[in-house]
Design a protein around this ligand. Structure first.
Ligand code: ZN
Length: 308
């Protein structure tokens, strides 16, 4: 299995893990959706962007890929002529931080401590199995210049925009972004709608942490909150509950198999994830999700960056 650069992590279906071609961004169009209150969602390529837009300017979370920066700016200019004031990164992956160096000319970038560390040093992202991608080290212009350990709040647009860190989920540097006045939450890649999720075990992620993050968020938000996934259309708490139920059930069934002494190959041959087949294929095939669960449960862990 060849490794591919994180830049080619476009969450496209198919054999992307075997393909090193660089994505063509020229045809990408920015679609802007008003989510609720003064929060918008931008869909182009890569991670979906949340944007608080108001009298004080714009706060965006995530910035997709560098070649899309002008399209993102144009889309924001279509909503307001006010400037971007802050950018928050939900995690370090290149499809969420690719525009950092360009956007940081306009506004400071905030992120959890581990986002900066991982972007500074680079490393190998993946599930410690079939998924393996080189995450490059970034120049300092692209690194978040304000970092936090647990949470930070940006008080603009009459909103207390809060980035709250949940440890060891999709990665070890994830933040969920809350827009309480607008009743919107942006989950980063701790919640996606493309099927079985990618959990970056190589960067300190874990399935248990992803479950915990989603459950905690679901427990504290009002029933009618609007959810921006890391990838996918605006969703609701019921979608998050179905997602976390799938995570827990598939984790439990693989755990049972491991305790019965079965190898990954045996579990794959027995097709033990067949009941969850409808989650197959958006980004991860069933066998790759099984491999992720197996590696997670058997403690095949990547390098975990400790806080402090
Ligand atoms: Zn990601």
């Amino acid at each position: 299995m060849r490794s591919v650069h994180l830049l080619t992590l476009p969450f496209l279906a198919g054999a992307m893990f075997c393909s090193a071609q660089v994505q063509d961004f020229t045809k990408v169009q920015m679609k802007v959706t008003k989510v609720n209150g003064n929060v918008y969602m931008l869909e182009g390529a890569g991670g979906y962007i949340g944007a608080s837009v108001g009298e004080d300017g714009i706060v965006i979370d995530d910035d997709q890929y560098a070649p899309l920066a002008d399209k993102i700016r144009a889309a924001l200019n279509g909503i307001t002529d006010k400037p971007v004031r802050f950018v928050i990164n939900t995690h370090y992956h290149g499809d969420h931080t690719g525009g950092n160096a360009l956007f940081q000319k306009d506004a400071p970038i905030l992120a959890q401590d581990n986002v900066r560390k991982r972007m500074e040093h680079g490393g190998t992202a993946g599930n410690l199995g079939k998924i393996s991608m080189q995450a490059p080290a970034h120049p300092k212009e692209a690194l978040p210049i304000i970092t936090f350990e647990h949470d930070v709040t940006v008080h603009l647009n009459g909103e207390d925009i809060r980035a709250l860190h949940f440890p060891s989920g999709h990665t070890d540097g994830d933040s969920v972004i809350f827009f309480p006045k607008s009743n919107v939450v942006h989950m980063g890649d701790d919640f996606v709608t493309y099927g079985f999720p990618f959990v970056d075990l190589g960067a300190g992620g874990s399935v248990e942490g992803m479950i915990s993050a989603v459950e905690q968020v679901v427990a504290q938000l009002p029933a009618d909150v609007k959810v921006i996934p890391g990838h996918g259309p605006v969703s609701n708490l019921e979608d998050m509950r179905k997602f976390v139920t799938m995570l827990k059930e598939t984790l439990a069934v693989v755990d049972r198999g491991i305790k019965q002494g079965k190898s990954l190959e045996q579990l794959q041959k027995e097709n033990i994830l067949m009941p969850w087949e409808k989650w197959n294929g958006g980004f991860l095939k069933t066998d790759t999700w099984l491999e992720t669960l197996y590696n997670d449960l058997t403690g095949t862990k990547g390098e975990f960056i400790r806080h402090n």
